[in-house]
Write a protein that binds this ligand. Structure first.
Ligand code: GLP
Length: 241
């Protein structure tokens, strides 16, 4: 779907999520949301906070699983995704702390932690709605080129392009972590509905490849072509190609 601008796209998606939360909670069930970081979803989170404070949207029955976390960063590090999610959303809504799941960047046994993360998603009943952004390498989460379609939550080496894009926020390329933990493509594709947000002309080329290019592990977002209920929410610039 092509929107006039990112504000319109985020308002539309926030309304869709609010409806999902309210309708699912009305049946007595919790909603399971897969959440994303990056600059792209910030206006969406702002709109969800507004719906919470002005229209009584409650997150008390919402369970969240974030896509990824940098390896080697403490929770309290300013660039950790734990910090990002709390600053951008969780500190401003009524979600119980125990409902929040974000991979740990400092865990000793990474493989066991990843298996536990998958098991927790399963135990929650699977992901109802998975939110995504897209990196310049075509990654969803941190599924860099070469990530298999059936990959699950695991440790991954970050692509040089991804680290370059993160360098300004970290104050230099040498400070950007080299590895991360990410949900796999298979974890993401198991979500019942998927929404990918992309805004700006700098995303146009990779958006075209993801939607119109071949389905390939070289562009992990292209796997969404085969998902039964996936939608790209674009502004005009990101849809430009
Ligand atoms: C990081 C995140 C991705 C995100 C991407 C794009 O790599 N792990 O989830 O989609 O950045 O970030 P931005 O939205 O700032 O363009």
């Amino acid at each position: 779907t092509i929107f006039a601008d990112k504000a319109a796209a985020c308002r539309s998606l926030a309304a869709e999520l609010a409806k999902l939360i309210r309708e699912t909670n009305a049946t007595g069930r919790s909603v399971v949301l897969g959440l994303a970081t990056g600059s792209t979803p910030i206006p969406l989170y702002q709109e969800l906070i507004r719906l919470h404070s002005e229209e009584g949207l409650s997150f008390s029955q919402v369970i969240t699983f974030n896509l990824d976390e940098y390896l080697g960063l403490e929770r309290q590090h300013p660039e950790s995704y734990w910090t990002f999610m709390h600053r951008q959303l969780f500190d401003h809504v009524d979600i119980p702390a125990e409902n929040i799941h974000i991979p740990s960047g400092t865990v000793g046994d990474v493989a066991a932690h990843c298996a536990e993360y998958e098991a927790a998603i399963e135990a929650a009943g699977g992901i109802d709605f998975q939110l995504l952004g897209i990196g310049r390498t075509g990654h969803i989460g941190f599924n860099e080129p070469g990530s298999p379609r059936d990959s699950r939550t695991r440790r991954i080496e970050l692509d040089p392009v991804t680290r370059e894009d993160a360098a300004p926020a970290f104050g230099g390329l040498d400070k950007v972590p080299t590895h991360a933990i990410t949900m796999g493509c298979g974890t993401i594709l198991a979500a019942r509905r998927i929404g990918l947000l992309a805004f700006g002309a700098h995303k146009a080329a990779i958006v075209r490849e993801a939607i119109e290019g071949p389905v390939t592990d070289q562009v992990s977002a292209s796997f969404l072509q085969d998902h039964p209920d996936a939608c790209f929410y674009l502004d005009r610039a990101a849809a430009g190609q």
